[in-house]
Design a protein around this ligand. Structure first.
Ligand code: GUN
Length: 283
């Protein structure tokens, strides 16, 4: 069994981005800019956003956070997005998910200019993904693809099972695997006979958010196991997979923490840089 060490690869990627950002500043006098919009007081979102801001600072990406009380109106939120759409120093706009329940998240996101949709959650970028003309790709799924590439794990012709159909991970990741010629199954909370399906997986991805959801008997011998779960129990972070048992069967497995999680932020930084490069070309 080989550990898929997202922590080390993410560090490498962050260093690469830092060099590219310095170079862009020196050559073109452009500093990539990211605007993060957060609404309400979801504790996990607060931590994620703090980590994103810290990572931006490390690689010298200009990042600002606009934090609103959950009593903000939909129009005020849209006005804020429109402001950043026009702001020249901002290349990427990110609305931290989840928004409080009273907001229609996809409607809010639809106001972000396609060229600044750094999360790739807008209809434009999702359409390009579906048409196999990938442009901006969501950070967590793209981070997973980068991790597989780093360890030279082939994707084409493999049976891939993705559990979870969220906009942030499951859906875009399944299409990315399809675009790379895998045979893809998406399973979710209404799927019947899940074990029969997971046992077919050469690459098994769980993005469910329940500790010990995937047990050893659900995993094929030699499978590549990607655990996207971040679950907190007794002040400890664990994934969706019963790691200690599954590692005996898997050929590769991501630890939690230190697997997929760190790749998300590193990939977000790369996405901001790529959007800034486009700003340069359009100048
Ligand atoms: N919430 C959890 N992950 C993400 C992400 O990648 N982007 C945004 N905008 N919100 C998230």
């Amino acid at each position: 069994m080989v550990l898929l060490d997202g922590k080390s690869l993410a560090k490498e990627k962050r260093e690469e981005v830092k060099k590219k950002v310095e170079d862009l500043k020196e050559r073109e006098k452009i500093v990539p800019g990211l605007a993060i919009i957060r609404v309400g007081n979801d504790p996990a979102s607060e931590i994620y956003v703090r980590n994103k801001l810290k990572a931006c600072e490390e690689v010298k990406i200009h990042a600002i956070e606009k934090h609103f009380d959950e009593s903000i109106s939909e129009q005020e939120l849209i006005d804020c997005i429109e402001y950043f759409n026009k702001e020249e120093t901002i290349d990427g706009i990110l609305v931290q998910s989840p928004l409080p329940k009273n907001f229609d998240e996809q409607k809010i996101i639809s106001h972000i200019l396609g060229s600044k949709d750094v999360d790739g959650f807008g209809i434009d970028n999702l359409g390009h993904l579906l048409a196999n003309q990938e442009q901006v790709l969501a950070a967590t799924p793209l981070g997973i693809i980068h991790l597989l590439e780093k360890y030279e794990i082939p994707i084409a012709s493999k049976n891939v099972v993705v559990i979870g159909r969220s906009k942030i991970v499951g859906r875009p990741l399944a299409i990315m695997f399809l675009n790379r010629d895998a045979t893809v199954t998406i399973a979710h909370s209404k799927t019947k006979n899940l074990k029969e399906i997971t046992l077919q997986a050469d690459i098994l991805v769980s993005a469910v958010g329940r500790p010990n959801f995937i047990t050893q008997d659900m995993v094929k011998e030699g499978a590549v196991c990607i655990d996207v779960g971040i679950n907190r129990i007794n002040n400890q972070v664990v994934g969706d997979m019963d790691f200690n048992a599954i590692k005996e069967k898997a050929s590769f497995i991501t630890p939690v923490p230190g697997g997929v999680g760190p790749m998300t932020i590193a990939t977000l930084l790369e996405n901001v840089y790529q959007l800034a490069l486009k700003r340069k070309k359009e100048k």
